[in-house]
Write a protein that binds this ligand. Structure first.
Ligand SMILES: [Zn+2]
Length: 577
């Protein structure tokens, strides 16, 4: 196949320059964390790293049908000495696909003529939203309930068949890749030193070979119990990429038909894999907060109106680990405007939660800590330009980690069902809930002795200073849209202000009440299970005001970076052996 590159050589040279393309290093070859592992775990790690590499293939296929042909084309061109292809390949590997998005929320399209698709490659690339809805309505009217159910679940690739559509389960569509992953997991289980971890690996290998969601549920259930293991391995199934499935509720007739047939549409899972080494010290710090989850649940607004995700018992079903990252691949490793610093899985739609399974939070150490001289210099410049001098003493990057711990925990609190009704706005609202819960519950955690007053202030100020983005995001960027909503809301509530020079001031006293107010509204929206209400809620607060623009313009001046890429020296070494 022949392709045409989309970016000019000048643009490619700029975007691959180190000031524009940030390098994010994961564990080094000679890392102490690796050297301290038992031999059996070192051997297992090799197989896990190899398993992770297959996730890239699955993810690229789910993302765009042209990804792999284009990648092959680039590799051929590079052999012929094509310099532009070489630079394009650097960006392709960083974002893992022909279409990504940069940190200024502009699409980065590497192949000429490629179009951004809401249904990614989960659906046929010529399927419009309207045709999708029409086909589903016809299928339901023809009594094809099971077929529609398979199309609208989280684990299928949908293709055209005649005038209709047909779903292919991931275990069928990605049989080859899943088999390769399963084999590596079985080999890892032979030498890894932890019995529970090995039991999980074998359950996961089994699930990859069976078209049976219950096998995944069993694997997820075991995975979520892992607390004291030397190694970390996760197959993540996140739903941010698929923006088509959720639209079915926008068509009134279809929505009604789905209700009559008792079908809930669930966005497709993007496959990613994380491999790491559990960090004992970091994990101990996380577990200190875990003890307070029931207290946090008690202090959630409107708690009497829904069933809590966690039980109020002392021994709730949540585990949490801090991990030194060896490898992030597939959905976990594609750098599109950023890379995730922590995850709380499984998500609400997963079957394991209905069979007594819990959740597990994993924090990514190498992603959050950037103490390189360049990073420190960038941070200082940023503060000098955008944060009131009096507040600098409260700014603490570690406080951002504490905030994230709260965020992940709050994902486990609040209404646990019915949020699918919010359709494409579901993720933005859920992420907003997690953020606001993290701030709103700070008083109760401070009173309980988890944080000092000083630390509480650091969390509030660091959050406020980080509330501003370099550019207005697209609606598809759940994690960014909610940041704009928060900046707007906190300014409206007088908790944050911006002066004429674009300098942020924070009224610490007003921060927690503002967060609590926003959190209450969010939970009301979730409980309403009303799409229009969700849409209105987002439109009311997703506003790019002059104040926000003033800060944004300054940020753009200071921070030139547009993209990022992972560097994984230890993983690269292990996958060769
Ligand atoms: Zn989150």
């Amino acid at each position: 196949m022949s392709f045409e590159l989309n970016l000019t050589t000048e643009e490619l040279e700029k975007r691959t320059n180190k000031d524009f393309l940030i390098r994010k290093p994961m564990l080094e070859k000679d890392a102490e964390e690796y050297n301290n592992l038992a031999d059996g775990d070192k051997e297992a790690l090799k197989h896990l790293v190899k398993a992770a590499n297959y996730a890239n293939l699955v993810y690229m296929k789910q993302d765009n049908v042209l990804n792999i042909p284009f990648k092959n084309y680039l590799e051929e061109e590079i052999k012929k000495g094509n310099k532009a292809a070489e630079l394009t390949k650097i960006l392709f590997d960083a974002q893992l696909g022909i279409i990504g998005i940069d940190s200024e929320s502009k699409p980065v399209i590497l192949l000429k003529g490629a179009k951004v698709l809401d249904g990614k490659a989960f659906y046929p690339n010529d399927l419009s939203k309207e045709e999708f809805h029409t086909i589903l309505k016809n299928m339901l009217k023809d009594g094809k309930k099971e077929e529609v159910q398979a199309i609208l679940n989280q684990r299928s690739i949908v293709k055209r068949e005649g005038n209709g559509l047909k779903a292919f389960d991931y275990t069928v569509e990605f049989k080859e890749e899943f088999e390769c992953i399963a084999k590596e997991l079985e080999m890892a289980a032979k030498t890894s030193t932890n019995k529970d971890f090995n039991e999980y690996l074998l359950l996961q290998a089994k699930a990859l070979r069976e078209n049976n969601p219950m096998s995944d549920a069993q694997a997820d259930k075991k995975w979520a119990t892992l607390q004291d293991t030397p190694l970390e391995f996760t197959i993540s199934r996140e739903q941010y990429a698929d923006l088509l499935t959720g639209t079915v509720i926008e068509d009134e007739e279809l929505k009604l038909l789905l209700e009559q047939n008792d079908i809930t549409a669930i966005s497709k899972d993007s496959i990613g894999i994380r491999v790491g080494i559990v960090n004992k010290k970091g994990t101990e710090d996380l577990l200190k907060v875990k003890a307070y989850l029931p207290l946090m649940a008690e202090n959630m607004p409107l708690k009497e109106k829904y069933e809590q995700n966690i039980s109020s018992e002392e021994d709730n079903l949540q585990t949490m680990v801090d991990v030194d990252i060896v490898s992030l691949r597939g959905d976990e490793g594609s750098y599109r405007g950023g890379i995730t610093i922590a995850q709380n899985l499984p998500n609400n739609d997963k079957l394991s939660l209905t069979i007594g399974g819990g959740r597990r939070n994993v924090y990514h150490r190498q992603v959050r800590t950037s103490n390189s001289p360049e990073a420190l210099e960038r941070r200082k410049k940023r503060l000098d330009a955008t944060l009131d001098k009096e507040l600098h003493k409260f700014y603490n990057p570690e406080a951002d980690h504490w905030f994230t711990i709260g965020h992940e925990n709050v994902h486990s609190l609040g209404p646990k069902s019915g949020t699918e009704a919010l359709g494409k706005y579901k993720n933005i609202i859920e992420e907003n809930k997690a953020d606001m819960g993290s701030l709103a519950l700070l008083d109760c955690l401070t009173n309980a002795g988890v944080y000092t007053q000083e630390e509480k202030n650091q969390i509030l100020v660091t959050f406020g200073a980080n509330c501003f983005l370099k550019a207005k995001p697209e609606m598809s960027q759940a994690h960014r849209v909610r940041t704009v909503m928060q900046a707007y809301f906190f300014i409206k509530e007088g908790a944050i202000s911006v002066n004429n020079e674009g300098v942020i001031n924070i009224n610490i006293e007003k921060m927690i009440p503002a967060a609590r107010k926003m959190l209450t509204e969010i939970i009301e929206v979730q409980l309403s299970q009303n799409f229009n209400r969700g849409e209105k809620y987002i439109n009311d607060y997703f506003k790019w005001t002059d104040d926000i623009e003033k800060v944004s313009a300054k940020l753009k001046e200071i921070d030139k970076s547009l993209n990022g890429m992972l560097v994984t020296p230890l993983a690269d070494l292990l996958s060769e052996g």
